[in-house]
Design a binder for this molecule. Structure first.
Ligand code: NAX
Ligand code: ADP
Ligand code: K
Length: 513
């Protein structure tokens, strides 16, 4: 689904009411009514007519949406519903809808005049609908609004953000330390907004429900996308022909492992085989090679020889590999010989050193990259600093957690590789443009070695048909998340080794369907 910035959404709003002559109040009516209906469908079991619903409205149209919802709830028989106005001086839509709400018989409190009554209503509420500010927010919330949000966050109520949790917005202010509504559910209008999806933002948003508003379809189709958002189930892995023999499923070379960290490349290799690679060779240092038993369930094991990268379809380089000058030389040889590859873990630090030393970029083919780089936020921060994209680790980390869309595209461009920022929500940026976000939010998948498993899947996907590196990364991330869900359903928490079985099931299910 298309994701837009708040600014683009405001522009759609203006075009709808300008060029398309749709009165703003009409759109607001649909937005509020549909948001109430979506909430009712989602929470049918959680609330009844006795529930104490509190609708909090700021001065702008976000407040207007909340007031339409309040009236819809009241009309349906939720007669205990109350409204809290943030200010006594309000915009036009809030003034009008407040009058209408009063006309219907809803109790309306105002923060400016009735602070104690407002506080009591907040503590008493079962559900609080947050319409303090939406896409019209400028900077971080000012002190009065911040105080109201603090009280809402302290309450025991289910918190439902209207459009976007108040306090979260397009503007570049630090999320950490700012006061922002911590929502359980976000009812976002028409198209999801970009700030909902940063790794920090996603923690504050809860379940995302997209509410249809009824904007003209042409406006929505033409709106500039900031990203595409996927739930893992939506992403399809290309089918494999029933007659596909091992040589058609590709030969992957995994290079990694150092004394004490030799588990990582094995996990990666096993994961590659389970996600559908036809042949997997694992390349190890002499020392590890010497003490490794010859048979590892069908994985071929060789001594380190970077030139062998030319004999396979793709490589994964870096899991548990360590980093030093000798590794850098081997890295250079692999990059020169490989047709395509995945750079993970220690390989990412080596990539930063290699790019700085060579001043070049990863080799592409026919103008497209054939490389995927899979950092977690720590590795991505170090890469950003070593590429000179950020002053220091702190700046890089803050950008990656709150505005990764500003940092990952230049990083992808500088490396000439698809960057997968791994997290509870994964972001994928490509040098050819394009930005994808994949839902995660499964703590069971945050298990030691889970990233090594993902690297193996990425390697397999790079060998699958004519897929571009960007598609391969998207499909690998989605498959990893689907397998993680399936594993959690069956086992609860699990190890990376146990996850591999589910990679096999999910991969086979989607490729053979
Ligand atoms: N056509 C329409 O009217 C539609 C409006 N929609 C709603 O309208 C919202 C956008 O409305 P607006 O553009 O009026 O803006 P908002 O209502 O999102 O926010 C503006 C209000 O927040 C206050 N504010 C701004 N920065 C602040 C800060 N730093 N601290 C404290 N208060 C601050 C302003 O005083 C202003 O009253 C969307 O989020 C959405 O909820 C959508 O539902 C779609 C239809
Ligand atoms: N809460 C979570 N929800 C979904 N996926 C997660 C979560 N936490 C971590 N992950 C995934 O687990 C993997 C962890 O990778 P990484 O940090 O490299 O771990 P390791 O170094 O142990 O392999 C990433 O793919 C990440 O997206
Ligand atoms: K809001």
């Amino acid at each position: 689904m298309k994701v837009v910035t708040g600014k683009v959404m405001s522009c759609i709003d203006r075009q709808a009411s300008g060029d398309c002559a749709i009165p703003g109040l009409l759109l607001m009516e649909d937005a509020g009514q549909n948001a109430w209906r979506s909430f009712r469908t989602l929470c049918r079991e959680k609330i009844d007519k006795e529930s104490k619903l509190l609708f909090v409205a700021g001065k702008g149209n976000n407040g207007g949406d909340a007031l339409v919802m309040a009236r819809a709830a009241f009309s349906e028989g939720f007669t205990g519903a109350k409204v809290v106005l943030f200010a006594s001086e309000n915009g036009e839509s809030v003034r009008l809808h407040t009058k209408i709400c009063e006309g219907y018989g809803l109790k309306v409190l105002c923060m400016e005049g009735d602070k104690l009554a407002v506080q009591a209503a907040i503590s008493d509420a079962d559900v609080i609908f947050d319409g303090i500010a939406g896409t019209g927010l400028k900077g971080a919330l000012r002190p009065m609004a911040a105080e109201l949000v603090r009280r809402i966050n302290e309450s025991r109520a289910l918190k439902v953000a209207v459009d976007i949790p108040s306090g979260l917005g397009d503007d570049a202010f630090p999320i950490a330390g700012s006061v922002i509504v911590r929502a359980d559910i976000t009812l976002t209008m028409e198209l999801p907004k970009l700030p909902l999806f940063s790794p920090e933002g996603r923690k504050l948003v809860g379940r995302i429900v997209v509410v249809p508003v009824g904007f003209p379809l042409g406006l929505i189709a033409e709106a500039e996308a900031a990203a595409e958002w996927f739930v893992p189930e939506e992403v399809q892995v290309p089918e494999l022909a029933p007659w596909a023999y091992k040589n058609r499923r590709g030969h992957l070379l995994v290079i990694g492992g150092a004394p004490c960290t030799d588990g990582a490349p094995f996990l990666c290799a096993m994961s590659a085989a389970s996600s559908g690679a036809g042949l997997v060779t694992l390349m190890l240092d002499d020392e590890i090679f010497a003490r490794t038993p010859p048979d590892r369930s069908g994985i071929m094991i060789r001594r380190l020889d970077p030139k062998f990268a030319a004999s396979v379809d793709s490589v994964v380089i870096g899991p548990g590999w360590g980093r030093n000058e000798a590794r850098l030389a081997a890295f250079d040889a692999v990059v020169q010989h490989a047709a395509s590859g995945v750079i993970d873990a220690d390989g990412i630090t080596l990539l930063g050193m290699w790019l700085n030393k060579n001043g070049g970029r990863l080799p592409g083919k026919d103008g497209s990259t054939r490389w995927i780089v899979t950092p977690h936020p720590g590795e991505a921060s170090r890469l950003a600093v070593s590429l000179g994209l950020c002053r220091d680790i702190e700046e890089a980390r803050s950008m990656l957690l709150t505005r990764p869309w500003e940092l990952l595209p230049p990083m992808a461009e500088r490396c000439n590789g698809v960057i997968v920022l791994k997290s509870h929500i994964s972001h994928i940026a490509s040098p050819e443009g394009g930005y994808e976000i994949v839902e995660g939010n499964n703590p069971a998948l945050g298990t030691g070695g889970s990233g090594d498993v993902l690297a193996g899947i990425c390697g397999t996907m790079l060998m699958r048909g004519e897929m571009a590196a960007r598609e391969a990364a998207l499909e690998a991330v989605a498959l990893h998340q689907r397998a993680g869900k399936h594993a959690a359903e069956k086992k609860g928490f699990f190890t990376a080794g146990q996850l591999i079985e589910f990679i096999g099931i999910e991969s086979y299910r989607s490729a053979a369907e």
